[in-house]
Design a binder for this molecule. Sequence first.
Ligand SMILES: [Zn+2]
Length: 246
Amino acid sequence: MRPVTKANVGDVVTLADGTRHSVTATYAPYQDAKPALVANLGRFCSYCEEAYHYDRDMHVEHIQAKGLAKYAHLETVWTNFLLGCATCNGTDNKGDKDVVLAEYHLPHLNNTYKSLVYMAGGVVIVNPSLTGDSQVHAQALLELVGLNKTPATSCPGDKRCLKRGEDWKMADRYLKKYQAGKVDEDTILDLVTNRGGWSIWFTVFKGCDAVRARLINGVPGTCAACFDAGNHYEPIDRNPGKNDPV
Ligand SMILES: [Zn+2]
């Protein structure tokens, strides 16, 4: 899952219509935060990474569910927002689950590219190299939004695994084109910007440092500090020195 850097309150972002906007601590109604979130994080679901071109398909996602009384006070709070799609936040997936922040890896707090491993066929698993709390909290994230679901275990409307499988095949095709000099980094960035699937493309293009750099710097909100420019942009711990460093 692409790790992102949320804008801080007071940071200035450029909205889609070109106006500049200073991020505020609260947005009421909460839907008013969507333009700033899109400017900050790009037109992607923060969880499944699908690209959404129309605002109505992308929702202000409450990390801690506004439907739970204990988090009702966070309904309008910027720091509780990400962008989410109807599938990831549907009742079969995240819905109103009680997200205790310390028990989950989350894309704005952890290096969630290191938490999960994306594979051919659209399969997503917890990074086998993780241990202890990191392993538990990555698993919690995977199950929170149902990225471990397959066509056999998904509800009929949940096509995310199939889409990831298609993304993997496309990324693999374009890797060969890139290696043959038929496409450049901008083409890859355009494809990811328009299709989503950042983590899949980033995985498939391992070893192609120029593409990885473009995907980090060209997709809004990507947490550049989560990747080591001196080591082929491999993921590094986001919170070193802490019990749960990923
Ligand atoms: Zn989603």
